[in-house]
Design a protein around this ligand. Structure first.
Ligand SMILES: Nc1nc2c(c(=O)[nH]1)N[C@H]1C(S)=C(S)[C@@H](COP(=O)(O)O)O[C@H]1N2
Ligand SMILES: [Mo]
Length: 397
């Protein structure tokens, strides 16, 4: 006569006998020495990636009262470049880190020994659960990030929202993991021989070799992607295909046709509606061209990783605002119904003399895909907020 408890115990015993054991994967490079170092580098990448990612989020969705700074002009290009670069560099390090501890995933006990889990069983399950969350969220962030950089929107969800939410899960489980593993980390950092004593594997790469391989992988990952930020590396950056694609030497993320912009007679039909605290004014292209023009050199720094500088010529936003009574902030919008069809210009950017409604790019009228006839260009600002095909500016105090 067997009860459910006995049957459970039998099942566990059978599974236990079939599933691999840690001893079956000996390798001399595995151990705390390697795990600690790969983990530290990975943690550094994740930490920097997280901070720059949160920064990107707050400047795109300023929480109440926060004024995104408009200086230095290169700030967002650098922080977003660092975000994408540390994410890329993390991939080979994560592979090494997981490889170094992989046998431990099979460490016994794999299951609670009976249907009534003991306290020990529960602790064990919590430990494994937290590692599962850590690994799953880390992989999720890197994979979705890579797809986004490649502009492959293959996911059935809205990338920025989920990438941002899971980032908190990932960083939270990193912090928890470091806290739980702190004694082992300290030990692994100091120890020179522990790894060898722990692991009987001989032959194959040394632990230095494996760590070196991971680091080389990171350097390769970085060099093959940063070409969209550093022109000297463009030729060897095979993963930065968008560089220099698009008219007038500047990549294009969103085409005019997608935004429903009708090119026929656009310049003649176009009117800029200025809505101010005192009055509303409508200007045609001739009138906007007749206002004082300034030229600034500023990058478009796309959240998807590329950033390319260009010369922009147009009218200062503050000068246009002055025509309708002035103010301290504005909402600029276009007929584009998409998510990036409008954006807010906060007080710091509003007052910055480099914030323009640009009519020209690199000395020529804007190409249709760059926002013809007018777009916003402002310093230290995500590309997604450099609104194209502008036809309305609402100024407020
Ligand atoms: N109206 C509108 N403006 C827009 C977009 C858009 O889809 N619609 N895309 C934004 C994004 S994501 C980027 S990176 C920049 C790119 O500008 P470019 O195409 O001129 O290089 O435009 C921004 N302005
Ligand atoms: Mo973008």
């Amino acid at each position: 006569m067997t009860g459910p408890g006995d049957r459970f115990a039998g099942l566990v015993a059978r599974l236990d006998g079939r599933l691999p054991r840690p001893e079956q994967f000996p390798h001399r490079a595995r151990g705390r020495w390697l795990t600690t170092r790969a983990g530290m580098l990975l943690g550094l990448c994740f930490g920097v990636c997280f901070v720059t990612g949160v920064w990107s989020h707050v400047v795109q969705h300023p929480p109440f009262g926060f004024v995104p700074p408009s200086r230095p002009w290169w700030g967002y290009a650098v922080s977003q470049g660092v975000h994408v670069t540390t994410g890329m560099a993390a991939i080979p390090l994560l592979v090494v880190k997981l490889w170094s501890v992989a046998p431990r995933f099979w460490q016994r006990p794999l299951f609670p020994s009976s249907l009534r889990p003991t306290r020990q069983d529960l602790r064990h399950a919590a430990e494994r659960g937290s590692v599962l969350v850590l690994v799953a969220s880390g992989i999720f962030e890197l994979v979705t990030g890579v797809f986004n950089v490649a502009q492959a929107y293959v996911f059935p969800f809205f990338f920025p929202a989920l990438h941002f939410a899971v980032a908190w899960l990932a960083i939270g489980s990193v912090v928890l993991h470091v806290a739980v593993q702190w004694p082992a980390i300290r030990d692994g950092w100091r120890s020179r021989e522990v790894a060898r004593l722990q692991d009987p594997g001989r032959g194959g790469l040394t632990r230095r070799g494996v760590l070196g391989l991971g680091l080389t992988g990171s350097v390769v990952a970085v060099v093959t992607t940063v070409g969209d930020k550093i022109p000297a590396l463009t030729r060897i950056s095979v993963f930065s295909q968008r560089t220099r694609q698009g008219p007038q030497g500047l990549p294009v993320n969103g085409l005019a046709v997608w935004a429903g912009i009708d090119p026929d007679g656009r310049a003649e039909r176009w009117r800029l509606q200025l809505v101010g605290p005192d009055r509303t004014v409508e200007l045609d292209l001739v009138a906007v061209r007749a206002l004082p023009q300034v030229t600034v050199r500023l990058p478009i720094a796309c959240v998807e990783g590329w950033s390319v500088a260009a010369d922009w010529t147009g009218v200062r936003l503050a000068d246009l605002a002055a025509l309708v009574g002035g103010g301290s902030r504005a909402v600029v919008s276009s007929p584009d119904p998409g998510l990036y069809g409008r954006s807010e210009v906060g007080p710091d950017a509003f007052a910055n003399p480099d914030t323009l409604i640009a009519l020209q790019l690199n000395g020529e009228p804007l190409a249709l895909d760059h926002g013809h006839p007018a777009r916003l260009i402002a310093p230290n600002r995500p590309g997604a907020l450099q609104t194209k095909w502008l036809d309305r500016i609402q100024v407020s105090r």
